[in-house]
Design a protein around this ligand. Structure first.
Ligand code: GP9
Ligand code: MN
Length: 694
């Protein structure tokens, strides 16, 4: 009896479970059949974005990036959810409209990528000259079949719609409350997915999302739809910023420059290089602390050291970058303006007027060009180099790049220099006077491709003699395996690339009438504790010395800030032993380059924030975008409102207060110049007229 009872119980349980499964399957099936249009919209939307990544970025990791797929799903589901507010019979129009819109985003980006190896930006399309370029691109690419593949999405949607219509699907009545419920439920799904997505983001993802310059990375991690929305915000934000406060900004700007003369002050270096050709090296992440540094008696940067010791070397020089890193450095080098307070000048304010060194040299009959073997749209250089006056920008597509020549972000510096020297040779044949900027790339964080940099041990090797007269080599790991150690290996490679480049230029007689200028663009952004090991290594215990140890050298946050100095060198082949061959130790910033070089080459920019170092000498101040500043006497930290004296000289509180005020004013006026486009005389005349007529 008991057995029968149990068997019956089991049977009942099984039947209930079966019913549950059938019910669940039925519910799922019902959900699918009731929401076919919505689901088709979501699937085709995600599919299009995935196809775009597949056609643009040729690695499975990129096109099947689950982060991008998730982000696309969130966006398309959220858009789709709003469709439920609409009556079923009108819903197709809504989905179809958005489907066309999303398809257009994918198609435009696909065409744009084929031509520019980058993704499209709304802000760029607003520049008239650019529209011309893009227009040509579209015409040339429109015939490519692959760009038409995205049309499959609206076609599928139409197909599904016609089938549903035939089945009388749209005739069913959904109550308003039901529709709302569906919409909110779908939005909640999208919300939950969003939370999951946000939890998976790394700090690198977040930082790149906000910096906005690495478009490929954003598309790879966030999908094309989020990228385009992000780009839209970036394009609108500067316009919003520029809507308020023009009059005040313009007045402050005029007051600031009222006392500045219209011509440069002269000194013993006036016009010394007038008419000479120029090669400028933008040395990626090159820091001053590598100069003369040795490991096992081997110089880390023998070529850089030679340039510094046989040229005019500024060893107390700071770059003044903000979140725009390389691009900020280029901005300040070229224009003597400071980086903007929000966004980056290169990306957010590329349609403003800038007075760049190339513009000023073009006026003197120079042919000006820039070279960088990376994507032309990185940091929006394609637009900004034109804007700063470079007549030709040689970028990735101008270089032959094959797998063996790639290190880190792209073409290796050695190969970049080799191919650039050939280009410069041709330029030299065609033009009397020329000025060229070469942007290096290999020595870029994370400095991890150590095996490609060539042999350069950063350990300590000691030979000891045993009692029996035999010798033995002891190796202490020291900087081996640390990030800073890898940086030294990487910089050693970059230095050797520089050396080869100089030799090649010399062989081609391109140094005979040329001034060779080098600046480090910013520091290597390495952890402070790595420097602690460099300066306080305890080799016996393979650790860092104790703070109590008499040998211990303090490397606090101030030392770290000061240690971020980068080299600035002006060098010519015949400078060694001449009056120009010396080290200048006065504090100097990137914004002092325009006035200093301007005096030497005979150009002048009244709206420079820096000074000719040979007029200001030891009275200089270098301001940083975060409000910090440094003079020969003191380093001031604005966040802590505290300072570190650098000499024995007394410092008054008044001096500190004056410098703080000077820095804040300078940062405000410089920022306003960019935000309100104050150097654009035509535009400002118009604005003034509007204000007067009001
Ligand atoms: C990109 C390169 C690096 O082309 O200049 O930029 P960064 O990350 O140094 O700003
Ligand atoms: Mn850089």
């Amino acid at each position: 009896m008991k057995i029968v009872k149990n068997a019956f119980k089991r049977l009942k349980k099984n039947v209930i479970n079966r019913i549950k499964v059938i019910k669940r399957d039925h519910l799922i099936r019902k959900y699918f059949s009731d929401n076919v249009l919505f689901l088709t919209f979501v699937i085709t939307g995600v599919l299009n974005s995935t196809i775009l990544r597949f056609l643009c970025m040729h690695s499975v990791e990129n096109y099947l990036s689950w982060k991008a797929i998730l982000a696309d799903t969130i966006v398309v589901t959220a858009i789709g959810a709003f469709g439920y507010f609409i009556k079923p019979k009108d819903r197709f129009i809504y989905y179809f409209g958005f489907c066309i819109f999303l398809t257009a985003i994918c198609m435009i980006n696909s065409v744009y990528y084929t031509f520019y190896t980058s993704f499209a930006s709304i802000s760029m399309l607003s520049l008239t000259q650019y529209i011309g370029d893009v227009g040509d691109a579209v015409v040339e690419n429109v015939l490519q079949l692959k760009d038409l593949v995205y049309i499959i999405s609206p076609l599928i949607l139409i197909g599904v719609h016609l089938k549903l219509k035939k089945k009388n699907y749209y005739k069913k009545v959904e109550l308003k409350t039901e529709r709302r419920k569906l919409a909110f439920k779908t939005l909640s799904v999208s919300g939950v997915l969003l939370v999951i997505f946000l939890l998976t983001l790394s700090s690198l993802d977040i930082s790149r999302f906000f910096k906005q310059w690495n478009k490929e990375y954003i598309v790879m991690r966030f999908g094309i739809y989020v990228y385009q929305a992000n780009d839209l915000v970036a394009s609108v934000q500067p316009k919003v910023n520029a809507m308020f406060g023009y009059d005040k900004a313009s007045k402050e700007f005029n007051d600031y420059f009222a006392e500045v003369p219209d011509k440069a002050e002269t000194n013993q270096y006036t016009d010394i290089f007038k008419g000479k050709n120029v090669i400028v090296i933008h040395a990626e992440s090159m820091m001053t602390n590598v100069i003369d540094l040795k490991f096992n008696d081997q110089e880390v940067t023998p070529n850089l050291n030679k340039l510094a010791h046989t040229g005019m070397y500024f060893n107390n020089f700071y770059s003044q970058v903000s979140v725009g890193t390389s691009s900020d450095s280029e901005l300040t080098y070229n224009t003597s303006l400071m980086p903007t307070k929000s966004g980056t000048a290169f990306v957010s304010y590329s349609n403003r007027k800038y007075i760049g060194i190339p513009t000023l040299l073009n006026e003197q009959g120079y042919y000006t060009f820039s070279m960088h073997a990376n994507n032309a749209d990185f940091w929006n250089r394609r637009t900004m180099h034109k804007n700063m006056g470079y007549q030709r920008f040689y970028s990735k597509t101008d270089y032959e790049i094959d797998k063996e020549n790639v290190i880190g972000l792209g073409l290796s510096d050695k190969e970049f220099f080799r191919q650039s020297a050939e280009k410069i040779e041709k330029i030299n044949e065609k033009h009397d006077k020329w000025y060229g900027l070469l942007i290096m790339l290999t020595n870029h964080t994370p400095f991890s491709e150590v095996d490609k940099y060539g042999e350069f041990p950063v350990d300590i090797k000691e030979t000891i003699t045993n009692e029996d007269g035999t010798t033995e080599e002891i190796v202490y790991p020291y900087m081996e395996g640390t990030k800073l150690g890898n940086y030294f290996k990487s910089i050693h490679y970059a230095d050797s690339a520089l050396g080869e480049f100089l030799t090649e230029l010399d062989q081609k007689h391109l140094l005979d009438n040329t001034v060779f200028i080098l600046y480090g663009d910013h520091d290597a952004r390495l952890p402070r504790k790595n420097y602690n090991r460099l300066y306080n290594y305890d080799k016996e215990n393979d650790t860092t010395l104790d703070e109590e140890d008499p040998e211990y050298k303090e490397y606090d946050s101030y030392q770290y800030e000061i240690g971020r100095r980068v080299p600035f060198i002006i060098w010519t082949k015949d400078m060694e032993g001449s009056k120009l061959n010396f080290t200048n130790s006065n504090v100097m910033g990137m914004y002092d380059v325009v006035p200093t070089l301007g005096n030497m080459f005979g150009f002048y920019n009244k709206y420079a924030f820096g000074h000719d170092i040979y007029n200001i000498n030891d009275n200089n101040i270098v301001c940083f975008p975060n409000g910090n500043w440094v003079t020969n006497k003191v380093y001031y930290n604005s966040q802590k409102a505290a300072y570190l004296p650098l000499t024995e000289e007394p410092i008054s509180e008044e001096e500190i207060a004056n410098n703080v005020e000077y820095t804040n004013k300078l940062l405000d006026v410089s920022n306003n110049i960019i935000v309100f486009d104050l150097l654009n005389e035509d535009k400002n005349k118009e604005l003034k007229e509007v204000t007067i007529n009001k």
